[in-house]
Design a protein. Structure first.
Length: 254
């Protein structure tokens, strides 16, 4: 059987440096990625999904209470998984573009990037690995009926990305915060992140701004997740939804 070249992506970077201030007091001494979701932390659910979906090596970017995340990574290594951490000392003054900049050395080969607050089913990992375009960037997106101000909105032409951002006027989907980078697409992204961090607005930017800047080049594509389950954890209601979702997963034997 011929193996898809994109299915050879076996590395992922998880951006988990943030504190999660909108979830205080739950995050007063616990990073958002370690909040409990049905007996496991959000990060542990993410790692389970990534490894179940074929990823073999994960680098977790840490920041707030990095010691606690380091302990989870050590527990994963004790189980035989290749999980490392990379500390971002600028987490309290920079947005997640800063975390990607800190992790740019990890993008030494084709890989996935996952936001630290995105809960995903293993099927989404497999879908993204199968769909990742050669020499391009592939963004996984969700389609729904209504979008709110906090959604990272997406505008497409076919499966090609035209725009991504919270405040764009026209949109037809939302980014779920999970992307694949291959060949030239990965190289262009790393170069754009490096250039952005040399500009005054670099430390206050999301890394998806870099994707928006790259989109006119025609190197960014999208894949729709369909009915595959996911959740983003930003607010208390989101955490309730994530706990309900993971409770269903546990009941189903995950």
């Amino acid at each position: 059987m011929t193996v898809s070249r994109s299915m050879t992506i076996t590395k992922a970077v998880v951006l988990s440096a943030g504190k999660g201030s909108r979830l205080l007091p739950l995050t007063a001494d616990t990073p958002k990625c370690l909040l409990d979701c049905s007996g496991r932390s959000l990060l542990e659910w993410q790692l389970d999904a990534l490894f179940a979906g074929g990823i073999e090596q994960v680098a977790v970017v840490t920041g707030f209470r990095a010691d606690k995340v380091d302990a989870v990574a050590q527990s994963q290594r004790d189980q035989g998984r290749e999980v490392t951490t990379l500390f971002n000392p600028f987490y309290h003054v920079a947005d997640n573009l800063g975390s990607v900049w800190m992790a740019r050395g990890q993008l030494d080969r084709d890989c996935l990037i996952l936001n630290g607050d995105t809960l995903i089913a293993p099927g989404i990992v497999t879908l993204l690995r199968e769909s990742a375009r050669d020499d391009a960037i592939t963004l996984s997106v969700n389609e729904k009926g209504d979008y709110d101000a906090d959604d990272m909105k997406v505008l497409r032409e076919g499966d090609r990305l035209l725009r991504v951002g919270k405040r764009i006027d026209d949109y037809d989907a939302e980014s779920i915060g999970f992307m694949a980078f291959r060949g030239k697409g990965r190289e262009v992204f790393v170069a754009e992140v490096e250039a952005a961090m040399h500009r005054p607005e670099g430390t206050t930017s999301w890394y998806l701004k870099a994707i928006d800047w790259i989109a006119p080049s025609g190197l960014v594509f999208t894949v729709t997740i369909g009915d595959r389950e996911w959740a983003e954890v930003d607010f208390p209601a989101d955490l309730d939804n994530a706990q309900a979702l993971t409770a269903r997963w546990r009941a189903a034997g995950r």
